[in-house]
Design a protein around this ligand. Structure first.
Ligand code: FES
Ligand SMILES: [Fe+2]
Length: 355
């Protein structure tokens, strides 16, 4: 294959263009489901305000056990019912703070103030909250903010096929980590799909967990891809204390998922979800949930500290790459161990095209 027809990375301009960023918001991100909270963070009779792609969303867990998501804006004059800073709030009714319209947790209008005095005939049934797609999978709550999402089962094609039972386990949050990265989200996403750098850039952290590069295996679905590595057995003697203590056998699976997510599954039942939420062209917000069996809760801080070591190493690299992605940079040739980047970038190209 000659250089002109070989696969290449996205051009650097795509990381610097406000026009492209607007297309990502309109045509790329809304096609997917977004993990927004751990299921265990929202018990029955609780609501939680979150933001998805800059828009206010309300998660409601009703007394019937049904989890639902609505636009967090009152159908009367668009005011939010709750604010994200409140976290999960015990609640049986949603009362709008502006004019007091009152909803149940299924989004039906129960009452409006001075209901007989609207200027036109008023029917409560015509004013439900605006519902969004909402599912619970992998102990996480997923929301589809767009009107035309691909099915969640397709977005998670590979993990569901390979690790369905692990995703059905009921896990509790062990730790959460959030941090701003001074880079375009695609640089952070690419980096987490990059299996070429691990041995070089994380010699004493992630590389020890993942073991020798010769054991790396890639698999590709339509939407998701995976790096599987034997779980740390050859490296167990050198592995950090926590990994050695857990000592489960099997595969450590790192799934890359659109639009900007990474699902990590350990054979001991732990699950991590990492996402890189765009804030502006040169800044994104990394969020990391770590979930696991309830008996591991006491270990949460130590397990997250272990992840934080290689995430800090990655932060220095992605912020450096961001500075280098200025005018005149042309990306170099992809390596075999960067095939997962090309796979996710092909999805991105299909949805964001043309340029
Ligand atoms: S904006 Fe909610 S009742 Fe008016
Ligand atoms: Fe890394």
């Amino acid at each position: 294959m000659d250089a002109a027809s070989s696969p290449s990375f996205l051009p650097a301009e795509v990381y610097r263009s406000e026009t492209i960023a607007a297309i990502e918001r309109e045509r790329y991100a809304p096609r997917f489901w977004h993990p927004v909270a751990a299921e265990a963070e929202l018990p029955r009779h609780h609501v939680r305000a979150v933001e998805i792609l800059g828009a206010p969303v309300l998660l409601c867990h009703g007394s019937d056990g049904v989890m639902q998501a609505f636009r967090n804006r009152c159908p009367h004059r668009a005011v939010a019912f709750r604010e994200p800073g409140e976290g999960s709030v015990s609640c049986r009714r949603l009362v709008c703070p502006y004019h007091g319209w009152t909803y149940d947790l299924r989004g039906q209008l129960l009452a409006a103030a001075r209901e007989a005095e609207f200027v036109a005939p008023f029917d409560r049934r015509e004013w439900p909250l605006e519902r969004l797609g909402c599912r619970v999978l992998g102990s996480l709550i997923w929301v589809a903010p767009g009107s035309d999402p691909i099915p969640l089962e397709e977005q998670l094609d590979l993990p569901l096929r390979e690790a369905g039972p692990a995703l059905e386990m009921s896990l509790v949050p062990l730790a959460f980590h959030e941090q701003t990265l001074a880079c375009n989200w695609k640089i952070a996403h690419d980096n987490t799909l990059d299996d070429y750098h691990v041995a070089i850039a994380h010699p004493t952290t992630l590389h020890r967990l993942q073991g020798p590069v010769r054991h790396y295996r890639h698999r590709f679905g339509t939407w998701a891809n995976v790096l599987s590595t034997p779980w740390a057995e050859p490296a167990a003697a050198n592995a950090p204390a926590t990994a050695a203590r857990i000592g489960a056998e099997g595969e450590f699976l790192t799934y890359g998922l659109p639009p900007w997510n990474h699902l990590l599954l350990w054979p001991d039942g732990r699950l991590a979800m990492i996402q890189f939420l765009p804030e502006c062209l040169d800044r994104c917000r990394m969020q990391v949930w770590l979930l696991g069996p309830g008996e591991r809760q006491a270990e949460g801080a130590a397990l997250m500290a272990e992840m934080a070591q290689f995430l800090a190493e990655d932060r220095a690299l992605v912020e450096s790459a961001q500075r280098g992605y200025g005018d005149g940079f042309r990306t170099g040739p992809p390596h075999r161990l960067e095939a997962r980047i090309l796979h996710q970038q092909a999805i991105y190209r299909r949805l964001v095209q043309p340029w």
